[in-house]
Design a protein around this ligand. Structure first.
Ligand SMILES: Cc1cc2nc3c(=O)[nH]c(=O)nc-3n(C[C@H](O)[C@H](O)[C@H](O)COP(=O)(O)O)c2cc1C
Length: 235
C-alpha cells in the first residue's frame, strides 16, 4: 500500500474500538456500556430498550421498556410488565424476543436475541415493592393493551381500585408507607441472550461491530448456557 493510502486509512482510525482480539465473553463490555450510560445520564431513561416480540404466525411488534437488571454472569436481562399485555401474549406464544439498546450520545448500540422466561414470584415481589405507589396502583388498575372508552373512565377505574383494595388514599398522598401487594397479572421476564452484538459508531460509517453467539437451553425453570464465540462483522 502506498504512503498516501496509509495516510487515507488514518481517517478511519477508531476513537473507541472494540477490543482486539475480541474478548471471549461480551457481557462485561455490555455491562460497562450500560453502567456508563446510566452513570452519565446524558439521555433520559438511559436504561430504556426496545423490545421486539412476535406472534406465533410471525407478526412482529416493538415497544420501549426499562431494563431493570443485567446478570453479570450470564447477561440475562430483566424487565417488568403486565402479564396480560400484548407483549406478554406474544412472548408466551413463542418464548423468544429481541432487544435493542441505543445510546445516541455514545454512538453505541447493543442487540440481543434469545429465549425468555418469567422471573420468580419473589423477584417480581421485590421489584414491585421498590416502585412508587402511583406505579403500584397503576399496575392494579390498568389492563395494559386493552381498549378503554375514555381517559375519564381510566381515572374512575383507578378510584375504584383504591376502594377495592381498601387503600388509605390520604395516607398515600401524605407519602405514608401504605402496603400495595403485587397483582398476579404483573411481573418480570428475563431474556437470556444467545446472540449479542456490540456496535460502536465510526467515521464514514466504518463502524466497529462484533457479534457473539452461544447455546442457551431452558431446563425446567433454570437456564444452561454454553460458551460464547465472537466474530467481527463488517459495518
Ligand atoms: C421510556 C419508556 C419506558 C417504558 N417502560 C416500560 C416498562 O418497563 N414496562 C412496560 O410494561 N411498559 C413500559 N413502557 C410502555 C411501553 O412502551 C408500552 O406502551 C406498554 O408496555 C404496552 O405495550 P404492549 O401493548 O405492546 O404490551 C415504557 C415506555 C417508555 C416511553
Amino acid at each position: 500500500m502506498t504512503g498516501a493510502i496509509l495516510k487515507l486509512l488514518d481517517k478511519f482510525g477508531h476513537e473507541r474500538p472494540l477490543p482486539e482480539p475480541l474478548p471471549g465473553d461480551p457481557v462485561p463490555t455490555f455491562r460497562a456500556w450500560f453502567d456508563e450510560a446510566v452513570r452519565e445520564k446524558k439521555q433520559d431513561n438511559p436504561n430504556c430498550m426496545y423490545l421486539a416480540t412476535c406472534t406465533g404466525d410471525g407478526r412482529p411488534s416493538v415497544r420501549t421498556v426499562l431494563c431493570k437488571a443485567i446478570d453479570p454472569a450470564t447477561g440475562g436481562i430483566e424487565f417488568y410488565t403486565n402479564y396480560q399485555s400484548r407483549k406478554a401474549g406474544e412472548i408466551e406464544q413463542v418464548w423468544r424476543a429481541a432487544i435493542l439498546f441505543h445510546w445516541d450520545n455514545k454512538d453505541r448500540q447493543v442487540r440481543l436475541e434469545g429465549p425468555v422466561m418469567r422471573v420468580s414470584g419473589e423477584e417480581s415481589d421485590a421489584y414491585f415493592r421498590s416502585r412508587r405507589w402511583e406505579s403500584r396502583l397503576g399496575a392494579w388498575a390498568s389492563d395494559q393493551s386493552r381498549p378503554i372508552a375514555s381517559r375519564k373512565e381510566l381515572l374512575e377505574k383507578i378510584g375504584r381500585t383504591v376502594d377495592r383494595l381498601g387503600l388509605d388514599a390520604l395516607g398515600l398522598l401524605a407519602g405514608r408507607d401504605v402496603e400495595i401487594p403485587r397483582p398476579a397479572h404483573w411481573g418480570g421476564y428475563r431474556l437470556m441472550p444467545e446472540r449479542l452484538e456490540l456496535w460502536q459508531g465510526g467515521v464514514g460509517r466504518v463502524h466497529d461491530r462484533a457479534v457473539w453467539a452461544r447455546d442457551v437451553r431452558v431446563e425446567g425453570s433454570a437456564w444452561s448456557v454454553g460458551a460464547w464465540s465472537g466474530t467481527r462483522l463488517q459495518p
